[in-house]
Design a protein around this ligand. Structure first.
Ligand code: AMP
Ligand code: ZN
Length: 118
């Protein structure tokens, strides 16, 4: 039995998800560091970027990040971050991209939401 938190969310109840396809799922970060802070994860367990050995999945994940950004209205105005390994700030050992942004009418780059610590 896999007790990984993000495996559970990505493959669990649809009401907790903002977006999904066969490869990836997206959900809100529980402690948002920006007005819009979404996590995009592979549905299958991959510990981090160092452990990602499937080029197809790698491409699918990047496309998923972009599609989620566009879906939530962030086209042309978002930041993507990935913490790989404990020293870099990775707390959850399931690969995830942080998608950060702010809705139109606000200048994301001047809100402090560009902080390096996610
Ligand atoms: P990282 O430090 O890159 O591993 O990021 C882990 C992120 O997961 C943090 O931004 C947390 O706020 C977020 N997080 C932790 N638990 C949950 C949860 N149950 N649902 C959504 N986000 C979570
Ligand atoms: Zn997992």
């Amino acid at each position: 039995m896999n007790d990984c938190l993000f495996c559970g969310i990505a493959n669990g109840s649809v009401e907790h998800l903002l977006w999904q396809n066969e490869h990836a799922a997206a959900f809100k970060d529980i402690h948002p560091k920006a007005p819009i802070h979404i996590l995009i994860v592979p549905k299958r367990h991959v510990e981090n970027l160092d452990a990602l050995d499937d080029p197809n999945l790698a491409g699918q994940l990047l496309l998923a990040v972009r599609e989620v950004a566009h879906t939530v209205g962030l086209k042309g105005r978002y930041r993507v971050a990935l913490n790989n390994g404990r020293p870099a700030g990775q707390i959850i050992d399931h690969l995830h991209f942080h998608l950060l942004g702010q809705s139109a009418g606000h200048d994301f780059a001047t809100t402090g939401a560009e902080s390096d610590s996610l």
